[in-house]
Design a protein around this ligand. Sequence first.
Ligand code: PGA
Length: 250
Amino acid sequence: MTNNNIYFIANWKMYGDLKSINSIENVINLSKKIKYKKAKIIYCPPYTLLVQFVKKTNKTKINIGAQNCHTHQYYGAFTGSINAKMIKNTGTKFVIIGHSENRINGDTNKIINQKIRSSLKEKLKVIFCIGESLKEKKNKKTNLVLNQQIKNGLKNIKKLNKIIFAYEPVWSIGTGIIPKFNDLENQVKEIKIFIKKTYKVKNPIVLYGGSVNPKNISSLKEITSINGFLIGGASQNSKKFIDIIKKTIN
Ligand code: PGA
């Protein structure tokens, strides 16, 4: 883990109700301690809770993100959809795009590119997820897949300073299985090299996501190339989330 800011992004997926917002109070208190200054905490609740989360974290260092958005930048007849403009209007600053659970449901690299572009136009920061499936990994296609996801997802996008990358191998998400230490270290390095070479970005931010929990965090945090974590299941339990933050920073 580097000495720079460390990201802890809580992806609540399709969980959470009004009552569950109170559970983040302990995390807010932790974020106020000087010791945890470099922890950049971002909560990504479902759309229904964005406004309440923004209110709850007002005047704290914690930021809020949405988990997805529609491709269309402007208002329109898209029943059931939420666009980047609406997300921005709630006071939310970040948005997750390209999560594998949405790729599986039809988000192609082209759609992801449109979503990223409309988010950037609304001045949202993008948490851009990439990751290979188990089949692709077994066929030794990981680099090819990741590079294509990055290149096509970022087509015609010049400014990368508003983009945080999250490497989430699909086979790690919600399975309890994490990549081998050396494999993950090398993969994140490869991703960084590719981004630096292709986009001339000096220090790309690359997070790891997939079954991060209080038990495996002690070894994951030793990987110096990783700038933080995108955490699903374990982030919905504030005790576990705090444990992850404490073990990483201590
Ligand atoms: P997980 O989810 O931590 O539950 O594996 C991570 C994610 O989907 O972002």
